[in-house]
Design a protein around this ligand. Structure first.
Ligand SMILES: Nc1ncnc2c1ncn2[C@@H]1O[C@H](COP(=O)(O)OP(=O)(O)O)[C@@H](O)[C@H]1O
Ligand SMILES: [Mg+2]
Length: 499
């Protein structure tokens, strides 16, 4: 069977850019046909002023009108007129046509396909009111989505540029659909989507909630909305269930501006496929996979805690949970980094940087800006050391923020310096904040943070800690100490056996 491009070229249509656009459209239009429950045909103008069918698709969600293959045939008179109209007016045209083999009139929607500044083809949706599905909420919602995509096609915003994905496992409309508003909140979830969410443990009514609250596909949605293109993401909520999601933003053009109006998430349960894949994984990949899952589980735990915190009234309880969430996220960060590594050790700076960002994120007020930086290189560390040590550094950074730059202060800088020699790793955390109280003694500090630090450093890591007021002579380019005692220095020394 000749391809779309071959048929087009056979009839004198050789605009490569336009054909590329149409090929991309056709690679996506199974979804469109499914959303509108109808047959779709793609028409190209030919050299002798005819409209030629170059591609045809049937909906998996509805009955077809055409048992025969129409590719290579021309539009007949009434169709021709409507297609012409859509083409020249550059607007979507609807009407009715008579099809020889069918008793009833057929509804036709002709959508001009815009590529750059030109209409290059016309796409039609053809359906019979008779054979259609009875409209329920699903049908009404899907048709609204279809209308959005139709508008995007006529505005040249669909298909998306330059995205060719492996479509063999890509989720389809029938697998499950979540409809999002512009804030990535769920407007609608199809019954299959609800079931899939159940399997990953989301049993609440999803409508009105954001994906972040539901804990699914939230980063995918953020990327899809920011980059204005579809994002495919696979995620495992539990070790049993793997969901494959494809998040497609819907866009609107007004003047030169393109804005996101919402989106759809197609989701498919690929657990069975992945279970089989997994059997084929090598040991290394298995370990990475496990780190990945541990990370996911930790993220689930921190989302659950955050949900709980939202119901609390007591300030103390809220901040205790926020602290726990930060600690859990720190450990998740280590597993995330490990999940990208081949072995069981990691380059430690790669954890320290996101760790600084984590603390920075928690700093809500802008009236006391704190500049975080990291210098040096701790080399590679085994996973167990890296995990404990990142929790320690988190506590130190958090203390620098909480006690060095409390509310009402002016802000300042925090620097983490990493050093490494043959048998030890050194970490120095310096801040130029308020400084330690005169009677401070790390051996006697009873706070939870420093207790964690002490336990992990001395017992788990067999290292040493020193904590003292910063002196002017300790100033470095990252942190300037203006006066002795205005600032705090923590020095850690952790023995590391060479691998
Ligand atoms: N960077 C710092 N600057 C000033 N004071 C600090 C610093 N780090 C720790 N401290 C002091 O040490 C105490 C104990 O800290 P910690 O054990 O983490 O408990 P918490 O942070 O809950 O008070 C703090 O209350 C503070 O007085
Ligand atoms: Mg603390």
């Amino acid at each position: 069977m000749p391809t779309l491009v071959e048929i087009a070229q056979l009839h004198g249509n050789t605009d490569e850019r336009a054909l590329e656009h149409l090929v991309a459209l056709v690679s996506e239009w199974g979804m469109l046909a499914d959303f509108c429950f109808a047959d779709m045909l793609l028409y190209l103008p030919t050299a002798n002023a005819q409209w030629l069918v170059v591609a045809q698709v049937r909906a998996a969600t509805g009955q077809t009108l055409y048992d025969t293959d129409l590719v290579g045939t021309n539009a007949d008179l009434i169709e021709h007129t409507m297609i012409d109209q859509a083409f020249s007016s550059q607007k979507i045209v609807t009407g009715e046509i008579r099809v020889e083999s069918l008793p009833d009139l057929v509804n036709l929607m002709a959508i001009p396909v815009r590529c750059d500044d030109h209409v290059v083809a016309v796409l039609t949706r053809e359906w019979s009111t008779r054979s259609g599905r009875r409209p329920g909420q699903l049908e009404r919602t899907y048709l609204t989505i279809f209308d959005e995509f139709a508008r995007m096609i006529s505005d040249g915003l669909f298909p998306f540029e330059g995205r060719v994905e492996d479509s063999s496992v890509a989720p389809r409309v029938g697998d499950g659909v979540i409809v999002l508003d512009a804030e990535a909140r769920v407007r609608y979830a199809s019954p299959n989507a609800v079931s899939a969410m159940h399997r990953v443990g989301v049993s609440a009514n999803a409508v009105g909630q954001s994906l972040a609250e539901l804990g699914i596909a939230e980063t995918a949605a953020r990327h899809a909305f920011d980059r204005r293109e579809p994002v495919v993401e696979e995620f495992e909520q539990t070790s049993e269930v793997t969901l494959l999601t494809r998040t497609i933003p819907t866009l609107k053009r007004s003047g030169h501006e393109v804005s996101v109006t919402g989106g759809v998430v197609l989701l498919r349960d690929v657990s069975e496929l992945r279970r089989r894949d997994r059997l084929l994984l090598t040991k290394d990949a298995t370990i990475r996979e496990i780190h990945h899952r541990v990370k996911n589980n930790l993220q689930t735990i921190s989302s659950l805690l955050r949900l709980q915190a939202r119901r609390l009234k007591s300030e103390e309880a809220i901040s205790a949970i926020a602290e726990s969430v930060r600690r859990i996220r720190t450990i998740a960060l280590v597993h995330e980094t490990l999940s990208h590594e081949a072995g069981e050790d990691i380059s430690f700076v790669e954890i320290v940087r996101p760790l600084l960002r984590l603390v920075e994120e928690g700093l809500q007020s802008t009236d006391r800006p704190v500049k975080f930086s990291v210098e040096g290189d701790g080399g590679r560390l085994p996973a167990t050391i890296a995990t404990s040590l990142s929790v320690v550094i988190l506590e130190l950074l958090q203390n620098a923020v909480d006690h060095g730059f409390p509310e009402g202060s002016l802000g300042g800088a925090v620097l983490v310096t990493l050093g490494r020699d043959d048998d030890a790793l050194t970490v120095r955390v310096v801040d130029n904040g308020r400084g330690l109280r005169a009677d401070f003694d790390i051996g006697k500090a009873t706070g939870l943070g420093l207790s964690i630090v002490r336990t992990l450093v001395t017992t788990e890591l067999a290292g040493t800690i020193q904590m003292r007021p910063a002196k002017q002579s300790d100033s470095v380019s990252g942190v300037v100490i203006v006066r002795d005692g205005v600032g705090t220095i923590v020095d850690l020394k952790i023995p590391v056996v060479r691998a």
